[in-house]
Design a protein around this ligand. Structure first.
Ligand SMILES: [Zn+2]
Ligand SMILES: [Zn+2]
Ligand SMILES: [Zn+2]
Length: 480
């Protein structure tokens, strides 16, 4: 790979991985004149230096990059924001002092710039500054380290996720060839031990979920989607009467993760963006724009928490498949609504919510979301939403949830698992419907087969229309 390619690829990856960070620190960065001045000064000095060094050709091997990385102790990076900022400034000034000594200081200088990058909240932007300010040899080395680091983190993802106690792993499997003869690989979920029919394989709570808009009010919990049983004391939102919670714990979680930002505060002023988003959801019966808003707020919240998790929400959803969504007038309106609703509360988010990102997020929901059957009444009728979700419709669907692990399950018209909502909440269990051996792929039904009355042609047509794949499951390949 040419250096320029490494740089392009790396910057792309970082830009995605650090989006949350970029949002959170945007305000801080803007208000830090010292940091700006320092970068400017550095740039000038480095330009001079870069010219002097231009003719020198320093070759860096992958081994020297590897050695440099091996010398970095992950534990030396501070955790608090103030400490990280100080650490970053120290590394930048040491790095600068080192490269002004000439080529002998390049290796050590690159390590400093690399460390600064590791703690700087908007690394993609800092990379751009580096590109203009530090000697090309040092820059190449920093990018090499970064590229290897990102690669390692990416490689490692499926070895630590899903967590071992969930009894499943994500595996790549061949799925035929393209017309040009290239192998097609897809990812699927595989059991890591044997299961007997009826056993629960794992349970998980969603990244984000939403009720069908027609059910939002005082009957279902706005956080866990539980139907509130008669006689149970509900926990109201302290600032609005538009949503309720089944417990104080749900109220607190919703408030910290997203509701404080999205609450209408019972305002009747329709120019208020939170109310406009709420009304849009109710009027169109579309919950995905609200789910995307919740996701974005939760993502920013996570970034500010310093949870110590190696992979953030964005790392988790980045790898998931998505449907291509073509921009339309409706989407344009939704993007605008989200920008105004979140913009006043989260500095920098307006630039983040661009058309491409919004449509990708929507495409991820359309492809991966599951219908939630948490109603206590199995006969309950619910106004159908125009948005699709994976569901076999054996119980009324009251909302949709977006899950980290279950999104990897592939469809089969004769699946070996089914979904259960044992606690009548969005904590979803995947239950074996046949005996499953370790190493076997887990399948779930994406569509309602109307008690087996659909023909292969009809099933394939519906799956293609909604999920854009031709079903090659055993039932479709060998119809009885
Ligand atoms: Zn609840
Ligand atoms: Zn509220
Ligand atoms: Zn099929």
């Amino acid at each position: 790979m040419k250096t320029s390619h490494i740089v392009a690829a790396t910057v792309g990856t970082i830009a995605i991985a650090s989006i949350g960070c970029a949002l959170y620190f945007d305000a801080k960065r803007r208000s830090d004149p010292n940091f700006r001045r320092k970068l400017k000064k550095e740039r000038k000095r480095a330009q001079k230096q870069a010219k002097e060094d231009e003719q020198k050709n320093v070759t860096r091997t992958a081994q020297s990059i590897e050695d440099a990385l091996a010398n970095i102790d992950e534990n030396e990076f501070p955790t608090s924001m103030e400490d990280r900022e100080k650490f970053c400034m120290d590394q930048l000034s040491t790095g600068e002092a080192l490269f002004t000594q000439g080529p002998a200081g390049y290796d050590a200088s690159a390590i400093c710039f690399y460390k600064a990058l590791k703690v700087y909240p908007a690394p993609a932007e800092l990379v751009m500054v580096y590109q203009k300010t530090i000697p090309p040899e040092v820059f190449t080395l920093v990018m090499g380290m970064l590229s290897m680091d990102v690669h390692k983190k990416q490689q490692k993802y499926y070895t630590v996720f899903p967590p071992a106690e969930m009894n499943v792993k994500v595996e790549e499997m061949p799925e035929g060839n393209t017309a040009e003869g290239q192998k097609v690989i897809r990812r699927g979920l595989v059991a890591t031990r044997d299961f007997a029919a009826g056993e629960t394989i794992y349970s998980e709570t969603p990244i984000i979920s939403s009720l069908e808009p027609s059910l939002e009010g005082n009957e279902f919990c706005h956080y866990c989607m539980k139907q509130i049983a008669e006689g149970v004391i509900i926990a109201p939102c302290p600032t609005c009467t538009k949503v309720v919670f089944c417990s104080e714990a749900c109220e607190r979680s919703a408030s910290t993760e997203f509701h404080t930002v999205l609450c209408t505060n019972d305002s009747e002023d329709t120019s208020r963006p939170e109310l406009a988003l709420y009304n849009y959801t109710k009027e169109t019966n579309n919950k995905y724009p609200e789910m995307i808003a919740k996701f974005l707020v939760r993502m920013v919240h996570e970034e500010t928490q310093n949870t110590g998790e190696e992979y953030n929400l964005f790392d988790h959803i980045e790898r998931l498949r998505f449907l291509e969504v073509r921009p339309s007038v409706a989407e344009e309106k939704e993007i605008e609504l989200l920008k105004t609703t979140l913009g006043s509360r989260i500095p920098g988010i307006e630039e983040f919510i661009n058309e491409e990102r919004y449509l990708t997020l929507k495409g991820k929901l359309l492809y991966n979301a599951y219908g939630l059957s948490t109603s206590l009444d199995p006969e309950r009728s619910v106004e159908p939403s125009p948005e699709q979700f994976r569901s076999v419709h054996d119980a009324p669907v009251v909302g949709a949830g977006f899950y980290r692990v279950s999104s990897y399950m592939s469809h089969s018209c004769r699946p070996n698992t089914k979904l259960a909502f044992a606690e009548h909440s969005n904590n979803m269990s995947v239950v074996a419907t046949t005996d499953i051996k370790a190493g076997e792929e887990l399948h779930v039904g994406f569509i309602d087969q109307k008690n087996g009355t659909l023909s292969t042609e009809q099933r394939r047509q519906e799956l293609f229309q909604h999920y854009r794949f031709k079903c090659m499951c055993p039932l479709c390949e060998k119809p009885e």
